[in-house]
Design a protein around this ligand. Structure first.
Ligand code: ATP
Length: 235
């Protein structure tokens, strides 16, 4: 059974069809990349999944349950975590305080610090525990956000352009982080960096003009002529 599914999911903004009739199935344990040209509807689609915006029509199911009408915070309680393009860390708090806030949604007492250490270790920020989050580089703030998502031990982690602003060495580390996380978490990754997509995703879904243009393995998507025309250039 799919962990996450949508049926006929659509969103109009004043006549603009940003997401159009999308049927989507994400099996548990998979790393799925969602790609497509600028304006294809990727962020709108994941905003519908997370409950940040309401669909014009269609449904979203999580773990077999229709969550279309659930507010965002209840979806988080079911095990969905996400980071968006704009960082949402608390700039005045330290790295560990930021992660503690996220961890406290799930655990109490001394376990909070254990979780904080574990997830900061995973994303490679363990040596920056006491640093003020606002002083971190943009790339490190993105990693902190991922740590905050992981502190909630999510069943599904949705990452919207996580490598934007990361240095090449950080991108390499990010690829291994994603592979490492996939043993415990289902991952939906919106990503423009093709090396990240091709090297981490099990399956890629391509959106174009709000519709699913293609879906398949990295090799299949790379060889797909329609995708090349719409997105990858002429290959
Ligand atoms: N709140 C909104 N009001 C009006 N139009 C919107 C709104 N949000 C998105 N759109 C429009 O919906 C379409 C899809 O946008 P969306 O941000 O989902 O695309 P995207 O694939 O995430 O693009 P990018 O790769 O540039 O982030 C675009 O034409 C965008 O201008």
């Amino acid at each position: 059974m799919s962990l996450l599914s949508t049926r006929g999911l659509s969103k109009n903004f004043d006549g603009l069809q940003a997401v159009s009739n999308v049927d989507f199935d994400l099996p548990e344990g998979q790393i799925r990349a969602l790609i497509g040209p600028n304006g294809a509807g990727k962020t709108t689609f994941v905003s519908l999944l997370c409950g940040r915006i309401t669909p014009s029509s269609g449904s979203v199911s999580f773990d077999g349950r229709d969550i279309s009408k659930l507010p965002a915070h209840k979806r988080i309680n079911l095990g969905m975590a996400y980071t968006f393009q704009i960082t949402s860390v608390f700039a005045n708090l330290s790295v560990s305080e930021n992660v503690s806030l996220a961890a406290r949604k799930r655990v109490r007492g001394p376990s909070v610090m254990t979780v904080v250490q574990q997830v900061l270790d995973k994303v490679g920020l363990a040596d920056r525990l006491d640093q003020i989050a606002g002083d971190l580089s943009y790339g490190h703030q993105r990693l902190l956000e991922i740590a905050m998502g992981l502190a909630q031990a999510p069943r599904l982690l949705i990452l919207d352009e996580p490598t934007q602003g990361l240095a090449d060495s950080e991108i390499t580390a990010f690829k291994s982080l994603i592979r490492d996380l996939s043993s415990t978490t289902t991952i939906l990754l919106i990503e423009h960096n093709m090396s990240v997509v091709m090297e981490t995703a099990d399956i890629i879904t391509v959106l174009n003009f709000g519709e699913v243009l293609a879906e398949g393995s990295p090799a299949e998507i790379h060889a797909n002529a329609e995708v090349q025309t719409a997105y990858l250039g002429t290959g």
